[in-house]
Design a protein around this ligand. Sequence first.
Ligand code: ZN
Length: 362
Amino acid sequence: MSNNYQSLVNKVKKYCSIDGLSRYEEAVVDELKKSVDSKSMNYERDGLGSIIFSQNNKPSTGPIIQIAAHMDEVGFIVQDITDKGQLILSMIGGIWPLTVIGTKAVVYNAKGQKYEGVFGHTSIHILEIEKRNKVPELKDLYVDLGFNSKKEVQDNFIEVGSRVCLSGDFFQMNNDYVVAKAMDNRAGVAVLEEVMQRVQNKKLNNQVYFVGTVQEEVGTRGAKTSIQKIKPNIAIALDTCASHDTHQAIKGIQELGKGAALRIKDMGTLMDPKLIDYLMKIAKECNIPVYKYVAQGGGTDAAELQYGNGGVATITISLPQRYLHSPLGVCHLKDLKAAADLLEQLLLKLDEAEFNKYIKYN
Ligand SMILES: [Zn+2]
């Protein structure tokens, strides 16, 4: 592996190892707080828990930019406990149950203590023939923590609402691929941290706000609240997207190792064409691998960010990922570095004159 990726590798590993289900993002917040130089950067919180960093000495004029990476991850909470002590689940975000069955479940009780168990299933040997070719649904899913009764579960302070997280340890594969659970969107958080560290001590001619948003996976809720506080001119959602470079995936152009992907359109947003052009111009000038794509499903924080303060020039910068919302996601370090380079260059270049010339409606 080339050494210039080491700082990103460390960050991806750090953030993906955190369990931070939607509504429980504080452990990610703590790491972000530790990552910046407090002499250069300060932070505030919004009422839902999103964290908003900005430079202490930021200018009072110049375009206001919000860069948002969601901190939360998909998982489950306990909906019910069976008499035999197994946990019935309610989904947080979208998970195809097939991808977690047979993997390790991590459960947190009301005191924050961690328990390990199995997303259980009926062994094929004793599975009714007609069920073998059927895809399991949420109602079939449960967690087995090795308890023998409901009382035993309750005595361990595991209750309705307790968090159930996916598990998948970080590792690296050949050719600069990185693998871990919660890659969506800790890869984005890692890039956010990288960009903050690169520019925090620089004199910029814009007012940038770096935001870790909460609850994206359940409806882009932290984007909705943070945008109201910041009132930016430009908003950028930094998130992973599905790649099409695997066996039998539907046709599409996003693939790993091709650079940062600029999303043109998804279900919730038509990205700002002037902002797209401006970013493509920077990418070309600085030789950063970047390409455009149209998403064939899903949405990002951009869907809410665009509505801030009477309308905001908005785009999603995507980090292509394999196996989203499953115990092991795969990203490519080249793509993460390209996104960081692009954002860094944007922040170094964008001033009032550039904003007026290239992006603002006149
Ligand atoms: Zn995401």
